[in-house]
Design a protein around this ligand. Structure first.
Ligand code: NAP
Length: 312
């Protein structure tokens, strides 16, 4: 069986691609190795996706996307692609369970935020610990928040958080930021911004909600525990220490920049018939709304490619 389109990944980008390609009556297969939804499946409230109201949760949004894709006849399988041959007219994907063939491939494998990697982080994610300011800032209205990292993401997201939080403190492992100078200048001018230099978080603590954390000065080795203000009961820790795009499979095969797949505005990679969509590609905003847009564009371009390269 040779599919018209195989989509790797069933997050918002992959599901949007699946919707558009199956609506275009292309024979479509979506391959997902875990559960549907990617990062958004673990988000409690999706308040920034247009039309998402009444406390729409990540899982409910994804469930509706899956239902819509099923309605138009895209096939979905659970498998993990282990190797790919993308250069021929027919692309070959070798999964742990089966081998798949297609005229076009849309890579929608996503990315995951890198964790700090300290005790308590996993348990308190969504309970004070967050990796997305756009998603969660509003939950910290008038509370205190700490932002881990010193790159562009950390500083820009920290600035965004100052619109909500009472006080924002960047916790950085060195004594100077990595972020672009122009971004730094704005941060240093912002009265709500504070900086805790040469510091790492070694433990996050709390009973069901973040209540305290242990920080360590990496130069002196000194450790101290920081507690939530008594009236607040909790505080926020936003982690921006980089992302891991899920692109290892394509190392040395597809052009990338810092591990992210390079595409043009039509989601085309350097390999004809191979497209990328969503958080795994080079872009400036990684959100559901941009992922779904990428997926739609990739599917439309896949259709165009098939019409141009294959006889009926
Ligand atoms: P990044 O530039 O890789 O910065 C990661 C930051 O986290 C660094 O300051 C790093 O510290 C720190 N870090 C890494 N691992 C850590 C750990 N285990 N514990 C504590 N701190 C840790 O990542 P990013 O800020 O997400 O940016 C990724 C890319 O997107 C960059 O190329 C960036 O320029 C770009 N970006 C651009 C914009 C913009 O132009 N507006 C906005 C966002 C992102 P060190 O500095 O000590 O290494």
């Amino acid at each position: 069986m040779i599919y018209d389109v195989i989509i790797i990944g069933a997050g918002p980008a992959g599901l949007a691609a699946g919707l558009y390609s199956s609506r275009a009556r292309l024979n479509t297969l979506i391959i997902e190795k875990d559960g549907d939804g990617g990062q958004i499946a673990t988000t409690d409230e999706v308040a920034n996706y247009p039309g998402s109201i009444e406390n729409a949760s990540g899982p409910s949004l994804i469930a509706r996307m899956v239902e819509q894709v099923n309605e138009f006849g895209a096939k979905k399988v659970n498998d993990e692609i282990k190797s790919v041959e993308l250069n021929g007219d027919i692309k070959v994907l070798k999964g742990a369970k089966e081998e798949y063939q297609a005229k076009t491939v849309i890579i929608a494998t996503g990315a995951t935020p890198k964790p700090i990697g300290c005790p308590g982080e996993k348990e308190l994610t969504g309970r004070g610990v967050s990796y997305c300011a756009t998603c969660d800032a509003a939950f910290f209205e008038d509370l205190e928040v700490f932002v881990v990292g010193g790159g562009d993401s950390a500083v820009e997201e920290a600035m965004y958080l100052t619109k909500f939080a009472r006080k924002v403190t960047i916790v950085h492992r060195r004594d100077e930021l990595r972020a672009a100078k122009s971004i730094q200048e704005k941060a240093f001018k912002n009265e709500k911004m504070n900086f805790m230099w040469d510091t790492t978080i070694t433990e996050l603590k709390g009973d069901g909600i973040l209540e305290s954390m242990i920080v360590k000065n990496v130069k002196t080795g000194e450790e101290k525990e920081i507690f939530a203000d008594e009236d607040d009961g909790t505080f926020g820790v936003f982690v921006f220490v980089g992302y891991n795009p899920a692109t290892k499979l394509f190392d040395g095969i597809i052009d990338m920049e810092d591990g992210y797949i390079k595409t043009d505005a039509d989601m085309k990679t350097n390999i004809p018939g191979v497209f990328a969509a969503g958080d795994n590609r080079v872009k400036s905003l990684r959100q559901v709304v941009t992922a779904t847009a990428d997926g739609a564009i990739a599917a439309v371009q896949a259709e165009k490619y098939i019409n141009e390269h294959f006889e009926d």
